[in-house]
Design a protein around this ligand. Sequence first.
Ligand code: GDP
Ligand code: MG
Length: 390
Amino acid sequence: MIKWRRRSGKKNKKAENAEPEYDENSSEQEIASPESEQIEPDPEPEDTPEPDAEEILETEPVSADQIVPEDSIFPAGSEIDDPENGKKGSFIKRLKARLAGTRSVLTTRIDHLVLNIKEINDDVLDDLEEILITSDLGVATTQALLDAIGGKVARRELDSPQKLKGVLREEIVHTLDIPPYEPETAAKPHIILVVGVNGVGKTTTIAKLAQRYKQNGKKVMLVAADTFRAAAVEQLTIWSERVGVEIIKQQTGADPSAVAFDAIHAARARDTDIVLIDTAGRLHTKVNLMDELKKIKRITAREMPGAPHEILLVLDATTGQNAVNQARLFNEAVEVSHLAMTKLDGSSKGGILVAIAKELKLPIRYIGLGEQMDDLKDFNAAEYVEALFD
Ligand code: GDP
Ligand code: MG
């Protein structure tokens, strides 16, 4: 492993052809400038987070033993039940079951509403508004959906209450149907930076992705750039052993960018295909999380132009509207490529996907439907809406 250490002074790395060293200031990794000889692993941040940002990012820390469930290890022979695997029927069935919480709030109530009305009038639209807001579709999305429905009613294109659900469905699919994110170039290693607040499911999602890529014949490396808590490094290490992939880590408190730096060089040397970087969700109060992530991104791009090839933001569906704020903050800081929405199985707030699509236009790449290894699914707008409404 390429170790991060302070620069020893006058050393010209290129001339000596030595192994690469982490130097956050040098843009070319050539002769270190006098300032870069003084690298501190944890520089003091200049700005403190806005109070509202702090509140948005505040979640309960989870300890390692809580988060690597003993019995959630993929049983021998378990396979990824991918929607693309020609098992569409059974997949939708399973999706439906996992989305039971959201279905009961959204679909059951809409069905009930439609059954009991004869025409679509303002009272019906008021009831519908309340249902949509309760399912966490958000005010903007709800308003847009009501406007679309109101317009159709006015134009007499929506003449029976029974068609209401169909129109709603169409509008929701349309909102969710955002062109997928495509990295500009295919690269090896392909570097995925995974970000999100504590407890949303970053580390578990990384384990699930590692498992998937490995099953697809890829050589995978995990990177423990959540160096703030010892438990976080431990948790990722356990996953790397269970999935059977490599891990790059350093001691607790190390500069996350230095760990990422190590990983890129190690991945190149070891012919790795996929690098998954796990990051912290909340840092010590002195350190600004967003600055830290920006720095990881900057160092990664410097060491490998074009990297990170994906910035995957993980959001927890049970947090509801707060997820929209999180998405906005992370997107502003690091420019998110796409999203993974976890814990849809335990949530009645599945409408949040629609709210985020509407307000941020960020593509949803994965959905988490449980704690098992094969519970991370590719997101498909039509399937999701089918599972919610049928
Ligand atoms: P991190 O702090 O963002 O790295 O979050 P973790 O990956 O440690 O996950 C926190 C908890 O969420 C763990 O108990 C996971 O098992 C659980 N979790 C993650 N994804 C899902 C999901 O899709 N459904 C459910 N029910 N639990 C999940
Ligand atoms: Mg974690």
